[in-house]
Design a binder for this molecule. Structure first.
Ligand code: 5RP
Length: 265
């Protein structure tokens, strides 16, 4: 692997082989998402606890301090919305010149395997890989399901993740599911887990993250379950303990509760 590619990947995936990415890209298709109305305010207290931010160029320019040194994964697919006809009908939104100008450490793009726009989204991924590999910039593929959340089972996610890696993604972001080891085993590049809509309890989040890590995930790319929680810093710190300090779900949950009480005191 070339030095530039290796250097960028090692900024994202830490020396323990694990990573915690913070996604705040939801506005690109759903507008001012709850708790993300002012992204700069949401990000500021959380930044010290993540390994990289996942954002669009618009939010990067308007809400992220260029003096801060966290690696940026630039969301470069979009052009659809929740009120439009089909979320899967995405395009590449950002040129390679812009990706380089913004000093992105990596880029992220969604693929919609099994949708009416499967071919277009997979071609977008391949085109982006072709452009980014020239400059040593890793592509993270997001196995998106649009509104069809029920698609998130091991068979489907393993299929979509493997296809993403075959087309050249250096990292795959997918959902946690039961039998998550099937997803990881079939995917030759690091797999990170997204959270999906907010879970009922914090313990539930700790449990699925811990299970996924035990089954071989490299880490998480968790948004709503962090910043829609009333105690987002406590969530970040507790989840970080699972990712980078090998804590159990229960230990992380206890940590969350004690940090939450400290905040109140
Ligand atoms: C939105 C995304 C998000 O980055 C991803 O879904 C992770 O966020 P969450 O944990 O809130 O699901 O790709 O398109």
């Amino acid at each position: 692997m070339d030095w530039g590619m290796q250097n960028r990947l090692s900024q994202l995936i830490q020396s323990d082989g694990h990573c915690f990415f913070l996604p705040i890209d939801h506005g690109y298709f759903q507008g001012p998402t709850s708790c993300l109305e002012k992204p700069g305010e949401t990000i500021r207290p959380l930044l010290p606890y993540c390994d990289a931010l996942f954002v669009t160029r618009g939010i990067l320019r308007s809400a992220v301090d260029p003096g801060k040194t966290k690696p940026i994964i630039l969301r470069v697919s979009g052009a659809t919305s929740v009120v439009g006809k089909d979320l899967a009908n995405e395009s590449i939104t950002t040129s390679i010149d812009e990706i380089i100008r913004l000093n992105a450490t990596a880029v992220g793009i969604s693929i919609f395997v099994g949708s009416d726009y499967e071919r277009e989204s997979l071609t977008n991924l391949s085109d982006l890989v072709n452009r980014c590999e020239t400059y040593g910039i890793p592509v993270m593929a997001v196995t998106a399901v649009g509104k069809e959340l029920e698609k998130r089972d091991a068979r489907y996610l393993a299929l979509a993740s493997r296809i993403a890696a075959e087309l050249g993604a250096r990292v795959v972001k997918t959902y946690w599911c039961k039998e998550f080891d099937r997803v990881v085993t079939g995917c030759p590049v690091p797999v990170v887990m997204a959270g999906g809509p907010k879970c009922e309890t914090e313990l539930e989040v700790m449990e699925f993250v811990h299970d996924g890590m035990q089954k071989g995930a490299a880490g998480i790319n968790l948004g709503r379950n962090v910043w829609q929680n009333p105690h987002p810093v406590a969530m970040m710190r507790a989840l970080r303990a699972i990712i980078h300090e090998n804590h159990t779900a229960k230990e992380a949950w206890d940590m969350f509760n004690s940090l939450k009480s400290e905040e109140k005191a």
